[in-house]
Design a protein around this ligand. Structure first.
Ligand code: NDP
Length: 462
């Protein structure tokens, strides 16, 4: 790196940035990384990890109820939001420490400051005004909840960021959105006893998922007591003298709530980052444009993770970072493989999915076999919980390949990880059929659906 302060400078200490910095440093590169808030990024500090801890916490109410059917007598239970948030914060601080330690052990220099691009090789460290140069720069600054400034009363609303730090548990909440965050938080708050209403603009929540699973989750959430208003949007949020909020919707409803949360997607964090100065091209949403190797139009500048708005998922950002390392430092050009990403929605019941929905597959293939099971899991028998599990395999009739696998029910996320391997390996339905069941489990249903529930030919169910 003749003439540069560093081989690599990473802006953003989230999942992607930390991985790129840590691995490059461990290879002996001179690396620095700047983070303006806390190391760990969205996933660790205000996303996946704290959210999942809250999901676990919110499930206990049903666990206590279910225990009676299994012979347990559970005494009166109480819940402390304050204790939960404090415990969650301790865990997050521990994880942040591990991220920092990993960087330190690898020899990456850490700057606790906002950093902005000055030109193709120069970064400004805002806290000191110092500039440093690097042969390569990785921008991995992530995203933030999309703002909805046009909504009158927007200033009274919160996002998932604030939801993780509320001083007290609200009595009631209105959540707008029908994606991952809206659905997960609706279940979290409901589980903690908060009167919860979900308002979504489309016909059915979770627009990018399999229709069966979407309808199944909607039904289960309503049966639990969550109100879901589809084909509606918030029109106004007003604060009353007593501090409560009055929410007017386009369809003419007026809802009362202690909190209003918006979960309308996440936007790239590129404002004021100096991308113009460095000549880095962005799309109309502000996402950094990259090629298959995470290269921007400026040869020395790379971008990965949510800031590129490819697929906003932690494992994807980490994978993109590893591909960057392979390509730039191991002479092994590797582009991220974004096909067949298994994913989970930590709703209650949970969704685990990989591959095409039935609707997508019906457009892609002339004929499908759909294997579908809807059943009461054994776990729900003695507890008496009226809970249904849905499992679905979408098979391309032409070559018997399983092109989609979808589960609604307990542990669906765990199962999706393993189904992801089978689909990635190109397994056919015959491979599933000759796999011995693990008994008694819910997952065994995946290998015991021997005849198709129905077929879809030229887009028509027959
Ligand atoms: P999503 O893209 O999942 O959902 C956004 C929702 O907001 C959609 O229902 C969308 O409707 C709706 N919406 C968007 N704009 C408007 C608007 N102007 N008015 C009304 N509704 C609107 O984003 P999230 O914010 O839920 O999450 C961000 C990303 O974070 C996700 O895409 C996901 O990749 C990641 N994530 C992953 C999790 C996981 O892996 N379990 C958990 C949480 C987040 P429509 O569908 O009609 O477009």
């Amino acid at each position: 790196m003749p003439g540069f302060d560093y081989d690599l400078f990473v802006i953003g200490g989230g999942s992607g940035g930390v991985r790129a910095a840590r691995v490059a440093a461990s290879m002996g590169k001179k690396v620095a990384i700047a983070e303006e808030f806390r190391f760990g990024g969205t996933c660790v500090i205000r996303g996946c990890v704290p959210k999942k801890l809250l999901v676990y916490a919110s499930q206990y109410r049903e666990h206590f109820e279910d225990a009676a059917g299994y012979g347990w007598q559970v005494g009166e239970s109480t819940f402390s939001w304050e204790k939960l948030i404090a415990a969650k914060d301790v865990e997050i601080a521990r994880l942040e420490g591990l991220y920092r330690k990993g960087l330190t052990n690898a020899g990456a220099e850490q700057f606790e400051t906002r950093a902005e691009l000055v030109d193709a090789h120069t970064v400004l460290l805002k806290s000191t005004g110092r500039t440093v140069t690097a042969e390569r720069i990785v921008v991995a600054v992530g995203g933030a909840p999309s703002v909805h400034g046009a909504l009158p009363g927007y200033e009274h609303t919160i996002s998932s960021n604030e939801a993780l730090h509320l001083k007290q548990l609200p009595k009631s909440i209105v959540i707008e959105g029908g994606g991952y965050i809206a659905v997960e938080f609706a279940n979290i708050f409901h589980g903690m006893g908060v009167a919860t209403t979900l308002v979504y603009r489309g016909k059915e929540i979770l627009s990018r998922f399999d229709g069966d699973i979407r309808r199944g989750l909607h039904k289960a959430m309503v049966e639990k007591g969550i109100t879901i208003l589809c084909e509606d949007v918030l029109q106004k949020v007003e604060k009353r003298p007593d501090g409560s909020l009055a929410v007017s919707t386009k369809a003419g409803k007026v809802l009362e709530a202690s909190e209003v949360m918006l979960a309308l997607g996440r936007s790239p964090n590129t404002k004021g980052l100096g991308l113009d100065a460095a000549g880095v091209a962005v799309d109309p949403r502000g996402a950094i444009l990259v090629d298959n190797y995470s290269r921007t139009n400026v040869p020395s500048i790379f971008a990965l993770g949510d800031v590129t708005d490819r697929v906003q998922l932690t494992p994807v950002a980490i994978h993109e970072a590893m591909c960057f390392i392979e390509t730039e430092y191991k002479n092994n050009p590797t582009s991220p493989d974004l096909d067949l990403i298994a994913t989970a929605v930590f709703s209650q019941p949970e969704i685990g999915t990989v591959g095409m929905s039935e609707e997508q597959a019906a457009k892609a293939f002339a004929e499908l076999e759909v294997y579908r099971a809807e059943f009461r899991p054994m776990k729900a028998t003695l507890s008496g919980r009226a809970e249904k599990m849905i499992m679905k395999l979408i098979v391309n009739a032409a070559d018997r390949k399983v092109v989609g696998a979808h589960i609604l029910g307990h542990d669906a996320g765990e199962m999706a990880q393993l189904l992801g391997i089978t689909l990635k390996a190109g397994c056919t339905k015959d491979d599933f059929d000759r796999t011995m069941a693990v008994h008694p489990t819910a997952a065994e249903e995946l290998v015991t659906m021997y005849s198709p529930s129905y077929r879809v030919k030229n887009g028509e169910r027959i």
